[in-house]
Design a protein around this ligand. Structure first.
Ligand SMILES: [Zn+2]
Length: 394
């Protein structure tokens, strides 16, 4: 009996193993399943059909060792782990869905497409692929701008690594020179000075606007009238500074009102990487994870210790960022929203000298004065921005 009992128990165990085989090899956390389905659909559109239920896949949240945010293990069955903390943290960003898809798609491409890391770059210095990753490389952020017009390319590239380079990544374009008509210029001929209670000082004299900010932060400094600029426009500022710390940056940006009636800022920053002795550009948005991307600015294009021209052109609902008239980056994130005003981004604990600040409207642009119509935002600060220099690992 004893033996029979064992045999029966053994059979039951074997049957149990057979009956739960699929559950053992195919388990996908409910919250991750929509992202798996999205990946499978994108694959199916391109002729890839993965039978993940049959072949096995485990997709789970895990507490991964920072800065790792996702991990794919080529085990039997395949194991994809996504960091629980990262998944929650990104909910505060408006581009949360893009960030989540980015990490899940990256891991699934390792596991289902057998894709390795690809740290190739496009002509404009941006990552070629969502598959960028691995060990730290040139101290660059692995952030891929997986928003707007870029999504289609990065999805196509995931399933076909030999995709031709997209048009938005072209490099070498110089500014056309078509600025439109000037509608605001910072007056540098009327001397004035102000020091606020925090020790920030603002001075106009000798044709220079000199700003000293008494904190380490890079600060948004609105200048000019508050308007509502719709349509195409152009804005340029020339300035120079001495960056006093590794996180310091200068930049230009626009303020606008987002879909939730909140003030938001699209900014273009430049900062120096001292290890590689090069300037890098960071397109950023205060509602999104800082920053959308990090791209190298080619040698010789700028030196912020000398007068540097930073400009933004809005054409066809897209922002183009130029440094000394050289196109550095373009993107379409919230680029169709009316602009309230233009601003500078100024580094802390150092003097920055602004030699000009001019706003232009293109012929098709329309400008409406808003209800708040101050002449000049003298010494007003509107929040801080940072370059995103820590690196996540996928
Ligand atoms: Zn990876």
């Amino acid at each position: 009996m004893r033996n029979l009992n064992l045999i029966v128990k053994g059979c039951m165990l074997i049957m149990l193993c057979f009956s739960c085989k699929k559950e053992d090899t195919y388990q996908v956390e409910a919250e991750l399943d929509p992202y798996l389905q999205m990946f499978l659909q994108e694959g199916a559109k391109r002729g890839f059909n993965f039978n993940v239920e049959e072949n096995g896949l485990l997709m789970k949240f895990a507490d991964l060792q920072a800065p790792t945010i996702g991990l794919c293990t080529y085990s039997e069955p395949l194991l994809v782990q996504i960091d629980r903390t990262y998944w929650q943290e990104v909910t505060k960003y408006e581009n949360c869905e893009d960030l989540r898809q980015n990490v899940v798609f990256h891991e699934l491409a390792h596991g289902l497409l057998n894709r390795d890391h690809d740290n190739g770059i496009l002509a404009n210095g941006e990552w070629k692929s969502l598959m960028c990753g691995g060990d730290t490389y040139l101290e660059r952020s692995w952030q891929v701008n997986f928003c707007g017009e870029r999504r289609q390319y990065y999805l196509d590239e995931l399933f076909n690594p030999s995709m031709p380079q997209p048009e938005w990544a072209n490099y070498g374009d110089s500014f056309s020179g078509e600025k439109g008509s000037l509608y605001y210029e910072l007056d540098l001929n009327n001397p004035k000075a102000k020091t606020d209670e925090d020790g920030n000082s603002f001075t106009i004299s000798d044709g220079l606007y000199t700003v000293y900010l008494n904190s380490e932060s890079n600060t948004i400094l609105p200048i000019g009238k508050e308007e509502q600029v719709t349509g195409d426009c152009y804005f340029e500022a020339t300035l120079y500074t001495h960056m006093s710390n590794v996180n310091a940056c200068i930049g230009v940006g626009v303020e606008y009102t987002d879909a939730h009636n909140q003030k938001a800022y699209n900014s273009f920053l430049i900062s120096k990487n001292y290890t590689y002795n090069e300037y890098r550009a960071y397109p950023a948005n205060t509602k999104c994870q800082p920053n959308f991307a990090e791209v190298s600015i080619r040698y010789g294009v700028c030196d912020v210790n000398n007068e540097t021209k930073l400009s933004i052109e809005r054409t066809g609902n897209e922002y183009y960022f130029y440094v000394n008239d050289q196109l550095i980056y373009r993107h379409d994130y919230d680029a169709d929203k009316p602009i309230n005003r233009f601003n500078l981004i100024i580094p802390g604990k150092t003097e920055t000298y602004v030699t000009s600040f001019k706003c232009y409207k293109k012929t098709e642009a329309s400008i409406k004065s808003s209800s708040v119509n101050k002449d000049f935002f003298w010494g007003e600060m509107a929040g801080t921005v940072q370059t995103y220099k820590n690196v996540e690992i996928k």
